[in-house]
Design a protein around this ligand. Structure first.
Ligand code: ASP
Ligand code: MG
Length: 436
């Protein structure tokens, strides 16, 4: 009889250094004879560091190779601590980094997003090769699988859209035979490839989504995300101190809270799991025996208030120049352009001749969008805002959240309140400073 497949996802923090990878090995000892597919992110903050390499290469100021060297050193340090001075993994990792060297030897590519994916994807390639080699080293036999042979996307670089049919076919052809040989399968999150075999990425923090894609395609029995927190919490513990763990969540609750910025799971993760009723565990790699959070299709009553805070928001106030109403035809025109500029809308409101949208402020997207409509619309942009979403709100909590903030937009739908806020500057500048 075939063993039921489980999918595990280990994020950057869980493999950030040699000690962390040793800990992952210890966790996996408990699953020795199971059919595990293990999806890993880039180690620690490698993706951010690789983004700097991309930025440096664009600027052509010589910084790219310095940034890259730092990344290489981090990885060689990890390898050295795990494997000692001599091991074949050194040349494996060397050869993988060479792919970036090649990109850097060329002029920056015209298509920034394409170039970004070719460089940034290397973070997951190297981390998964190290984890794979380490597991074999400690007697947990495993097979390395290139996720680009499975995850097929269109060619929207940095935000590849999944081509499910091809991905499903690839996954069912490639993964079960490896598992049947015995041992785990180790693969990468976040990355995929186009039908022409160009590397794509699925969007920042996309490894959770990758794990859910594998779970869906393999009809996994369950998926587990291993995190540095005990499970899904009622708010981000880095911002709030009185948070509690949610033991059980319904898919619906999970998708709503992650959509509004609860950073614990990537928002696209839930749908593939829900579609096949695959339960999701969120567990701590620091305390693996803890209960974690269990997310499934069971109905859960009586949620406590759940708060999420999304930074880097902008409010766009869009109004017609000729005083015509912002009616349906304008809205559909504006939304078409918003989508074309790949701007994510988090909240909106309209009046007779104006329309306000709260969006994620990414790169130059707002500027480009604004320019594209300037002939017919006036746009005012308010930046550096936060979007606070509270599910199952209580009045007192809301009042507390508003302290020290200016609320620019507020919306309530059933149990959810969303606030677009500006932090009140802590110190007002003295008038004398401004005059002088
Ligand atoms: N390494 C990628 C990132 O940092 C993907 C992930 O960690 O999920 O965005
Ligand atoms: Mg991550």
């Amino acid at each position: 009889m075939k063993k039921a497949i489980k999918v595990f996802k280990f994020g950057g923090a869980s493999i950030k250094d040699a000690k962390a990878i040793i800990n992952v090995g210890e966790i996996l000892q408990n699953y020795k004879n199971q059919a595990l597919t293990i999806v890993v992110s880039a180690s620690g903050k490698t993706t951010n560091a690789l983004e700097k390499v991309v930025g440096g290469h664009m600027k052509q100021d010589g910084s790219a190779s310095n940034f890259l060297n730092e990344i290489k050193e981090n990885h060689y340090r990890i390898i050295n601590e795990l494997f000692g001075d001599e091991h074949e993994i050194y040349s494996v990792i060397n050869d993988t980094f060479v792919e970036i060297d090649w990109v850097l030897e060329e002029e920056p590519h015209d298509d920034y997003d394409y170039m970004y994916d070719q460089i940034v994807s290397v973070g997951e390639l190297v981390s998964s090769k190290i984890v794979h080699a380490y597991l074999n080293e400690i007697g947990l036999s495993s097979h390395w699988l290139d996720a680009r042979d499975v995850i097929r996307t269109n060619n929207i670089y940095r935000e590849g859209w999944l081509i499910w049919e091809d991905t499903l076919k690839n996954a069912t052809e490639k993964v079960p035979p490896l598992l049947e040989k015995g041992g785990f399968v180790v693969t990468q999150g976040f990355i995929g490839s186009t039908s022409e075999n160009f590397t794509t990425t699925l969007g920042r923090e996309g490894s959770d989504y990758s794990a859910a894609i594998f779970s869906f395609c393999l009809d996994a029995e369950s998926m587990t995300i291993w995190k540095d927190v005990p499970g899904v919490l009622t708010a981000d513990p880095r911002i709030f101190d009185d948070v509690t763990k949610l033991d059980r969540l319904s898919y619906r609750e999970a998708i709503e809270m992650t959509y509004y910025g609860a950073k614990v799971i990537h928002p696209k993760t839930i749908k593939p799991l829900q579609n096949k009723s695959i339960p999701l565990y969120v567990k701590s790699f620091i305390e693996p025996s803890g209960g974690g959070t269990f997310i499934s299709d069971e109905v859960v009553d009586n949620y406590p208030p759940i708060v999420s805070v999304e930074p880097n928001q902008a409010l766009l106030y869009i109004s017609t120049k000729d005083f015509s109403f912002v009616a349906e035809h304008h809205l559909s025109y504006l939304f078409k352009l918003i989508a074309e500029h790949r701007i994510q809308v988090n909240m909106m409101q309209n009046t007779a001749i104006s329309f306000a949208v709260c969006v994620n402020d990414v790169d130059d997207r707002i500027k480009n969008f604004t320019e594209s409509i300037q002939d017919n619309f006036k746009v005012i942009v308010d930046r550096n805002l936060e979007l606070i979403a509270v599910r199952h709100y209580q009045k007192e909590l809301l009042d507390n959240l508003k302290i020290g903030k200016i609320v620019l937009l507020e919306e309530r739908i059933r149990q959810t309140v969303q606030l677009v806020v500006k932090n009140v500057p802590v110190m007002k500048r003295k008038q004398a400073d401004i005059i002088s």
